[in-house]
Design a protein around this ligand. Sequence first.
Ligand code: B12
Length: 262
Amino acid sequence: MSLDFDAVNADKILIRYDIVVESSEKPEDIAKQYLPENQFLRQIAQDVMNLKSKDIEKHVSEALETLSAEDIIEKGLLAGMDIVAELYGRGIYYLPHVMVASDAMTRGTRVAEAALSGERKYKGVVMMHAAEGDPHDIGKNIAAVLLKSNGFNVVDLGKDILVDTVVAEVQKQKPDVLTGTALMTTTMSAFSRISSRLKEVGVELPFICAGGAVNREYVESYDMGIYSAKAAEGPGLANKALDGWDWKKIRANWDDIINGKA
Ligand code: B12
C-alpha cells in the first residue's frame, strides 16, 4: 500500500504541547540546537521538521545552485530528521509526524541524488540491506547515496530482508562489501546470524553494520562485523576493502580510518 502524503495536512496532526509545557521547552527551542546556519540548509531542515513534503523538492533544487548534493543531504535533510527523531523520542511528535517527515526526507534525497555528478565507472560493489523485520531505511538510503556518489555500484536489497535472502544474494552476486542497518533491538541479532551463515558457506567479507540499535562492541562480537555510526563513514570503510584489506585489518585500524588517518 502506498500512502498519499500530498493529501496530508500536517497542521492537523496533534502535537503534544502538554509535554512541552511540563518540560518548559517548545519544539522550536529543541530544534534550535540542530538547525544549520546556512539559510538554504536551514529551510530544508525546517521542511523536514515541519513536514512540508510539498515544498522540499523546490527548496532542494534552489539550494543545489550554490551547495553540493552531499552537503544538502548531510547538513540539511539529516539535520531535519535529527530534530524529528528528538521530538519523537520526547513524545512530542507521534508516528504520523515521523511518516510524513520520512516522506519529505526521501523526496529531498531523490532530488539531491539526481544532481550528483561524476562518471559512473564503478570501482566496486556494495550490497546493502535493512535487517530482517526492520522497516527503518532512511539511514541506509542516505548511506547508499553517499556510496554511489563515491563511485560504488550499490546493490540495495531493501528493508526487512530475510537473513536467508541476504546470504543467498551475497553468494550469488559476490559484492566487495555487505552492509546492514538495524534500528530496533528486536532486529539487530539478524547480523550475527548472517555472519554465522556466511562462515558456514565459506564466504568472508567486510560487513558494515549500522543503525541506532547497534554499537561497536556488539558489531565486533561476531566475525566480519565493522561498526559505523554515520553514513558519511561508508565510503572510507568500503574503500579499504577495495584496497585489499580484509575485515580483520579494517577492524584493527577502525579508529584511524574513521579519523581519516589511514
Ligand atoms: C523514522 C522512524 C520510523 C519510520 C521509519 C521510516 C523509514 N522509512 O525508515 C516509521 C514511521 C515507519 C517507524 C516505524 C516504527 N518504529 Co521507528 N523510528 C523512527 C525514528 C523517529 C527515526 C529513525 C531515523 O530515520 N533516524 C534518522 C536516520 C538517518 O538514522 P539511522 O537510520 O540510524 O542512520 C544513521 C546511522 O545509523 C548511519 N547508518 C545507517 N545505515 C547505514 C549504512 C551504512 C553503510 C553506513 C555507513 C551508515 C549507516 O548513518 C545515519 C547517520 O548518518 C526513530 C527514533 C530515533 N531516535 O532514532 C524511531 C525508532 C527507531 N522506531 C522505533 C519503533 C519501536 C518503531 C515501531 C515498532 C513503532 C510502532 N509501535 O509501530 C515501528 C516499526 C513497525 C514495524 N516493525 O514495521 C524505536 C525502536 C526501539 C528499539 N530500540 O527497538 C525507535 C528508536 C523510537 C523509540 N525511541 O522508541 N519508525
